[in-house]
Design a protein around this ligand. Structure first.
Ligand code: ADP
Length: 495
């Protein structure tokens, strides 16, 4: 009987379930979007119960539609949006408030105060992260300071915290397992990535009791069993991994110096740096990529918070597009942006600036600016921000970068990929299966459960790629970069 792995990909905008066969093909996939809640400027929330329900329903659809797979699913791997913070009552299972999504900046005052008090270096040295509201630690503190009764619940031992992986695991195991993996833990700003344990000093600083935190396990582990009440039989969960680290593994960036860039809601570039952390001086994060079979692999990471989300915004808020795909033809319908530059930093700017106050701008508008120019400038802005991250990685690591593997929803856009190759002067390698995030978790769960024997077996099933090579002259590249830099400096100055 054929066996399968199921990958659950809990993204920022949707939950997905993919049924993966031995050949590494997603032979069935199911996706459900869920609500985004914006109570105030720069605040972003999601309903934890909706996150779970959509994820459960995609899994149900996967199992019900493919009745033949009953009992043939060897293992489940979960990959998830990172940093998003969920707090719930240990006894009732009820969330105490909505999930505070990674994009949410409400804990800005807390991070500003900690910076003022000089804690930036300590946090960086221990966690590899920057003091920024993006990470879970100050989000928890914000809830303790602002949602009545929650801190008291924590002190009474009635509260649990989890990133989305932990929440899903807890729900799927019916409260039997409260655990996370090192890749997710390393995004909380509470986890010491060298000692690989929750950091007492940081917990004390933020006044967070350890009792709310999940147990931290290696990325491939026996995390628990999906309770039999869901499907009539138990299914083991053998991988939890943050989405960006999962994409790095899914792209088989398993050697030092391998890089991938994921073009989703945001853009996240990760470089494998091997089994020892390197701490950046230029705003790159250091993070745990995965721990598999006693080997801990680290990565440096550059973050661009808004990428595909600009296209979503042009579609949903401005109505300039009917579909995200349409942006490619529109961009190609004009030879350039006609002087328009789009600075897409809606919720602050990440690597290498880390300025939470920077806001979006569109510059160079004239009466002859057309919709196509604005759409093209928006796509170009995604590539320009990734270019800045790639340059930072090059300078910081001293490793020359000749090629980058890409994935994520927006990498299907050929204009964007060619433009990225042109301005970064690197080869862009796009796999035929762009679901690298889901594949990473599937590969890790599959290796743990013996579905695949070893990495070599997986390398053999990896599908052919499409290659984008730089096509523009260096003068043209310089002109484009100058126009971008001038507009960006203006936006940074305005912040
Ligand atoms: P996430 O996992 O962060 O939810 P995905 O990897 O599913 O994101 O990618 C979805 C994002 O990609 C959306 O923001 C969407 O606007 C953008 N996107 C999807 N297809 C295209 C396309 N052809 N061109 C540009 N952007 C796209």
């Amino acid at each position: 009987m054929e066996k399968f792995i199921i990958s659950l990909d809990q993204g920022t905008t949707s939950s997905r379930a993919l049924l993966i066969n031995k050949n590494g093909d997603a032979i069935y996939s199911n996706q459900m979007e869920f609500g985004q809640i914006y109570p105030k400027n720069s605040w972003v929330e999601q309903d934890p119960l909706e996150i779970f329900e959509t994820q459960l329903n995609t899994l149900k659809n996967c199992i019900d539609t493919n009745s033949l797979i009953k009992g043939q699913v060897v293992s489940v791997g979960i990959t998830n949006q990172r940093e998003t913070t969920i707090l719930w009552n240990r006894i009732t299972g009820e969330p105490v408030c909505n999930a505070l999504v990674w994009q949410c900046k409400r804990s800005q005052n807390i991070t500003t105060e900690l910076k003022k008090q000089g804690y930036q270096d300590l946090i960086h040295k221990k966690t590899g992260l920057i003091l920024d509201p993006y990470f879970s630690g100050t989000k928890i503190k914000w809830v303790f300071d602002n949602v009545k009764g929650v801190k008291e619940m924590a002190l009474r031992g009635e509260l649990l915290f989890g990133t989305v992986d932990t929440w899903l695991l807890w729900k799927f195991t019916k409260g039997k397992k409260h655990a996370t993996d090192v890749s997710n833990a390393s995004r909380t700003m509470l986890f010491n990535i060298i000692e690989k344990k929750w950091d007492d000093e940081i917990l004390e600083l933020l006044e967070i009791p350890k009792s709310i935190l999940p147990e931290v396990l290696p990325t491939s582990s026996s995390f628990g069993l999906i309770d039999s009440s869901y499907f009539g039989y138990e299914i083991p969960i053998n991988c939890l991994i943050g989405d960006q680290q999962s994409a790095l593994f899914g792209q088989l960036c398993t050697n030092v110096g391998d890089i991938k860039n994921t073009y989703g809601t945001g853009c996240f570039t990760l470089m494998n740096i091997g089994d020892r952390p390197i701490f950046s001086k230029n705003g790159l994060l250091t993070t745990i990529a995965w721990e598999i079979g006693n080997i801990c692999c680290y990565a440096v990471e550059g973050s661009v918070f808004i990428a595909g989300a600009i296209i979503q915004w042009l579609r949903d808020e401005l109505g300039l597009l009917k579909t995200a795909e349409e942006s490619e033809d529109l961009a190609l319908s004009v030879p350039d942006t006609n002087g328009v530059t789009f600075i897409s930093t809606f919720q602050g700017i990440g690597t290498p600036y880390w300025n939470s106050e920077t806001r979006g701008e569109i510059t160079g508008l004239t009466r002859s600016s057309k919709k196509a120019h604005i759409v093209r400038a928006a796509l170009e802005s995604i590539a320009f921000r990734s270019m800045e991250v790639i340059n930072t990685m090059k300078n910081d690591s001293g490793i020359s970068i000749n090629s980058i593997k890409v994935d994520g929803g927006a990498c299907k856009n050929n204009f964007l990929m060619q433009f990225q190759s042109d301005i970064s002067n690197v080869d862009i390698i796009r796999p035929s299966n762009v679901e690298s995030t889901a594949l990473g978790a599937a590969y890790i769960a599959g290796l743990f459960s013996g579905f695949w024997k070893d990495l070599d077996e997986i390398k053999k099933i990896k599908k052919s790629d499409k290659l984008f090579k730089p096509l523009i002259t260096s003068e043209k590249r310089e002109d484009l970069i100058n126009q971008w830099t001038n507009a960006l400096n203006k936006a940074l100055g305005d912040a």
